[in-house]
Design a protein around this ligand. Structure first.
Ligand code: SAH
Ligand code: AVI
Length: 332
């Protein structure tokens, strides 16, 4: 029996053409920007793993503590036969969910979905070796475009989207993604969402501008990804790292700031990009939430909050598909 399989919907070619389109649009704009999904090549994923261990980056520890404290109760409610994990990254968090299945036997199937293939193979095989799951069906895909390609459910399903990665999308993209998640769920299925909460600006700023400079290296990695993918000549060290809390929009904004006037060439696009001193590329937003904002966001996507566990400035929200509203009969 095949216990590990991977479906690749984003191969090198597809990634390159999406990167070309996004970079042309983002760096061609008056206010330059890049989509944060391009942080995550093998080097970017390794840098993110280092971020999760930084003293300032409380998010991962807070979420793991919530999983340790509440996974048994959450899984008792969801009773999944399979877990689909969006933006899975390392297996650290699903391991905590699997550990909480004690007594009910191994999970029938784990379906990690991630745009970076480098983590998925290693993580999947490690989990199979540990015996907590019978089958791993990895999906190398963009969760904003390819959720329709997640294989049909193999039993009661729990879709998990942890780490507050949903917060890296703006409101329109979040809504579209949650609608797609809704369509992955049938009656009895559940959605587990990890969200970072609004808190002190000082804590937020430190989490995205750590003293050791690991977040700065993670931010600059997007320029290395562009150099490799599009024949660029970015000097990543010619850009500073800048993070700021925008209270009005409830988001941390991450930018790369040009240290001097200069021009960058992107050979594959036949494109020259001019930078003035102090000009920025907006590389990421990390939206922060409240219970009310999460409930409202789920509600508009047809999902109903059934459980809320919070602590350490983070929260786990468990939701189910909302019942379709009964059609209002037409007047005779
Ligand atoms: N879930 C892990 C990892 C979070 S890092 C945790 O909570 O610690 C964000 C992960 O999402 C990375 O593994 C990255 O490769 C993935 N990712 C980011 N944008 C994505 C996209 N558009 N489609 C699929 N995966 C994406
Ligand atoms: C993956 N994502 C939730 C991280 C975050 O906190 O927004 C990515 C990150 N960016 C800077 N540090 C970590």
């Amino acid at each position: 029996m095949i216990r590990y399989r991977a479906d690749v919907h984003v191969d090198d070619g597809a990634l390159k053409s999406a990167l070309a389109e996004d970079v042309r649009r983002g760096l061609g704009a008056r206010e330059k920007w890049l989509p944060p999904k391009y942080f995550y090549d093998a080097a970017g994923s390794a840098l993110f793993e280092r971020i999760t261990e930084l003293p300032e980056y409380y998010l991962t520890r807070a979420e793991q503590a919530l999983l340790d404290a509440h996974a048994t109760a959450i899984l008792g409610e969801a009773r999944p036969a399979e877990i689909v994990e969006l933006g899975a990254g390392s297996p650290a968090k699903v391991r905590r969910l699997l550990a909480a299945l004690n007594g009910t036997g191994p999970l029938a199937r784990y379906v990690p979905v991630d745009v970076d293939a480098s983590m998925l193979g290693r993580a999947g095989r490690a989990l199979l070796g540990e015996g907590g799951v019978d089958e791993v069906h990895a999906v190398v895909a963009d969760f904003e475009r390819h959720l329709g390609r997640v294989p049909p459910a193999a039993g009661r399903r729990l879709v998990a989207f942890l780490g507050s990665t949903l917060g890296n999308l703006d409101a329109t993209a979040r809504h579209a993604l949650l609608r797609d998640v809704r369509s992955l769920l049938g009656p009895g299925d559940h959605f587990l969402l990890g969200v970072d909460l609004v808190k002190s600006p000082c804590m937020l700023h430190a989490a995205y501008d750590d003293a050791a400079g690991v977040t700065a290296a993670f931010n600059r990695n997007i320029l290395h990804v562009i150099n490799r993918g599009l024949g660029g000549d970015f000097d990543a060290e010619a850009f500073g790292h800048y993070a700021r809390w925008n209270a009005e929009e409830a988001r941390v904004e991450m930018h790369l700031v040009a240290a001097a006037d200069h021009t960058v060439c992107l050979r594959a696009l036949d494109m020259a990009v001019a930078f003035e001193t102090g000009e920025t590329i907006w590389t990421e937003s990390a939206y922060k939430f409240t219970r009310a904002s999460v409930e409202a966001m789920l509600d508009t996507a047809g999902l109903r909050l059934v459980r809320w566990d919070s602590g350490g400035g983070f929260a786990l929200a468990l939701a189910v598909p909302a019942r379709a509203t009964a059609a209002v009969p037409h007047a005779a």
